[in-house]
Design a protein around this ligand. Structure first.
Ligand SMILES: C[S@@+](CC[C@H](N)C(=O)[O-])C[C@H]1O[C@@H](n2cnc3c(N)ncnc32)[C@H](O)[C@@H]1O
Length: 273
């Protein structure tokens, strides 16, 4: 029986649902059937085309909204108390920048980087309009600085441009749908890069684990992943501080998304002790 998107059964996925490629999933898979060196350009093409952006939900992920709301009570954010100065937060593959604005509203110097210049233009426009809307509604405005910059997450030029130390200059990295949007052979490289960018001993990685419901073999992007994969990727370099199913998240991940929060270890090397 075909599923209607409004059906609450949407939260659950039968084997048939998962293995049956949707039109969007198949289009995404086909689009990226080119050598991996050209994937950056393929993301640029999607943003330039502007009509196939299936990941763009038009708002920050409610799971991040809820986590930040609770930050004051949460021990993982103790290192982030703002009395000791400005804190920096990075959203890699930020798209339209919904989460960047959210982090800036919590006082972070929030940085969004995306390989597509068009995505960054869109993000600037969306954030400008949103700030106007917040002002008109008398709602709290961002108190943190916002930097939106086009660049390749793996390169250093964009980090230097915004004057942040590439080795440990960030206090927070938030990942939603970035890690899993890249070819899985890059996952270890992503984890190592996040580790490099975060501050030793206190840098926090917030990972919205998605899409956990999708078997890896069904292709991507986004490519299926499991919580165990997150453990394997981040477990050595980071200490897992939290792992829970959020009460709210984007509809596509309801009933399966998890949040994990990782703190960068001071030392990461094989030890003989
Ligand atoms: C699936 S989208 C997620 C966007 C955003 N996080 C959201 O939830 O709306 C993945 C994003 O990563 C960007 N991207 C892909 N490769 C990148 C790279 N090497 N460096 C920076 N951004 C990249 C794409 O342009 C795209 O906007």
């Amino acid at each position: 029986m075909p599923r209607s998107p409004s059906n609450t059964r949407d939260m659950f996925h039968t084997a048939n649902d998962i293995l049956q490629p949707t039109q969007a999933r198949e289009r995404s898979r086909q689009h990226f059937l080119v050598p991996i060196e050209r994937h950056g350009q393929k993301w640029v093409d999607l943003w330039e085309g502007g009509e196939f952006l299936p990941w763009d939900k038009g708002m920050a992920n409610p799971a991040l909204v809820d986590l930040l709301k609770q930050q004051k009570e949460s021990p993982i954010f103790v290192a982030h108390d703002f009395k000791s100065g400005t804190k920096t937060a990075l959203v890699p593959g930020c798209g339209r920048g919904y989460d960047v604005l959210l982090l800036a509203r919590y006082g972070y110097h929030a940085v969004g980087v995306d390989i597509s210049a068009k995505a960054i233009d869109n993000a600037k426009e969306w954030i400008d309009n949103e700030i106007k809307r917040l002002r008109a509604a008398g709602e709290p405005l961002p108190t943190g600085r916002i930097d939106l910059i086009s660049g390749d997450f793996f390169k250093d030029d964009w980090v230097a441009k915004i004057g942040i130390n590439v080795n440990g200059g960030f206090d927070v990295i938030y990942d939603y749908a970035f890690l899993v949007s890249l070819n899985p052979i890059l996952r270890t490289k992503v984890a190592a890069r996040m580790h490099q960018l975060l501050a030793p001993g206190k840098g926090v990685l917030i990972a919205l684990e998605y899409p956990l419901f999708r078997p890896f073999e069904t292709g991507g992007p986004p490519y299926g992943i499991s919580s165990r994969d997150y453990d394997r990727l981040f477990g050595g370099r980071f200490l897992k501080a939290l792992h829970y199913m959020p009460k709210r998240t984007h509809k596509v991940g309801e009933g399966s998304d998890m949040v994990s929060v990782w703190v960068k270890r001071y030392f990461y090397r094989a030890s003989k002790f």
